[in-house]
Design a protein around this ligand. Structure first.
Ligand code: SF4
Length: 393
């Protein structure tokens, strides 16, 4: 029986609200439920960004986005391991460990995205001796083919370590099945972004953020079903366009802003047409090819088709050119740089972005945030003033 628009609206609302609950749940109930339903299986926590989740999934384990704790926990113990000028996500992720909330995961994967992330991996190894902790070194030189060959070997090393922990040795077919599943998730996310860019009244940036973040906290099989259900329902969603300026947002690729901050910017009069939230969980701009050597396909995709971010340094291209292109492709009126406090990769990039945006005469606004922020009055008034300056210029 066909569903009515009212039923579809109710269903969409229920999906977004359940995603909100999942993203705020620092007890990781959705993942624990999956583990209870799959006896003998294990979960591996993935710190941002660009984690090769296919390797974990092919070993029959659950890849889980351990991306800080938002504003849901107080930092009590982690402050003693890191300086006060380190970003919040590093401390809140460690606090999750100290408060025993990560005891249910078999291990954690980190990546060489910045010095604090590297140090966090070492602190985990020292403080949680029973936990499997590994650290992926991504190549820094993409101009040489050796970088990609090296990454393939790095993926092999990680896969070997994962299969030892899971007790299951995946075949090339297993890896390709996992790649196909994540290709479906990536395709659905790209389609959601395309739809939002064309008709931003159909889904807000905050709603899409909730969907993407909750997706990192559930099984990929459930995630893809949820995304495809939302995609099917959105085109007929009864929402009206609003009089807002068009912006693209950059700088939040690792530590996640509070969802209320994203809502605040939207309510201040902005349609956020594109962003880099959870870019490391969207990974690639195109599908990972299915080939006889899946590790080659993954390494080649990272080298050639990974979304750019503050943590990926590619000497073949000027990073600021991506941002200018994103703004121009979206016909954006302005750019909002929303960077986590003390995030060196994002804040170093801001210096480059600022000059490029000034040269291209694209108005821009810098907002710094911390994941544990509760009050957004200042951000609201800065965003409102910015919007008004563009509307009444
Ligand atoms: S928020 Fe920035 S500094 Fe902190 S771990 Fe992420 S990339 Fe590194």
């Amino acid at each position: 029986m066909a569903t009515t628009p009212v039923q579809e609206a109710t269903r969409l609302h229920a999906i977004f609200e359940s995603c909100r609950e999942i993203t705020q749940d620092v007890e990781f109930s959705a993942a624990k439920q999956w583990l209870a339903e799959h006896p003998g299986r294990k979960a591996i926590g993935c710190f941002p960004i660009y984690c090769p989740v296919e390797l974990i999934h092919a070993c029959r384990m659950l890849p889980l986005g351990i991306i800080g704790a938002g504003n849901q926990i107080e930092i009590t113990y982690a402050d003693s391991r890191f300086q006060s000028f380190v970003c919040s996500i590093v401390k809140s992720t460690l606090e999750l460990g100290f408060t025993k909330r990560l005891e249910f995961v078999e291990g954690m994967l980190f990546h060489n995205i910045c010095d604090p992330a590297r140090n966090l991996a070492s602190v985990f190894i020292r403080n949680f001796p029973g936990m499997f902790v590994d650290y992926i070194h991504f190549p820094q030189n993409f101009a040489s083919p050796l970088g990609m060959q090296y990454l393939q070997k790095e993926y092999r090393r990680i896969l070997d370590a994962l299969q030892e922990r899971s007790g299951y040795k995946p075949t090339a077919e297993d890896l390709n099945r996992s790649i196909q599943l994540y290709n479906r998730i990536r395709a659905a996310l790209r389609e959601l972004y395309r739809l939002r860019s064309e008709k931003p009244h159909l889904i807000s940036a905050a709603e899409q953020f909730l969907l993407t973040r909750a997706g990192t906290l559930m099984s990929p099989e459930k995630n893809v079903e949820m995304l495809e259900e939302v995609l099917a329902a959105l085109p007929t969603r009864a929402t009206r366009p609003k009089d807002r300026i068009r912006v693209v947002l950059e700088g939040s690729f690792c530590e996640l802003p509070p969802v209320a901050l994203i809502e605040t910017i939207e309510e201040a009069g902005c349609y956020i047409l594109d962003d880099d939230f959870l870019r490391g969980w969207r990974w690639f701009t195109q599908e990972v090819p299915i080939e006889a050597n899946p590790l080659h396909a993954l390494a080649e995709s990272y080298s050639e088709r990974a979304y750019y971010s503050g943590s990926k340094h590619d000497s073949r291209e000027v990073k600021a050119a991506h941002l200018i292109k994103m703004a121009q492709d979206q016909k954006a009126d302005a750019v909002v740089i929303m960077a986590a406090k003390f995030c060196e990769p994002a804040l170093f990039d801001y210096a480059l972005y600022r000059k490029a945006l000034d040269d291209a005469k694209i108005p821009h606004l810098l907002l710094e945030f911390e994941e544990k922020t509760w009050i957004f009055d200042r951000a609201r008034s800065e965003a409102e003033t910015f919007v008004e300056s563009l509307l009444f210029d």
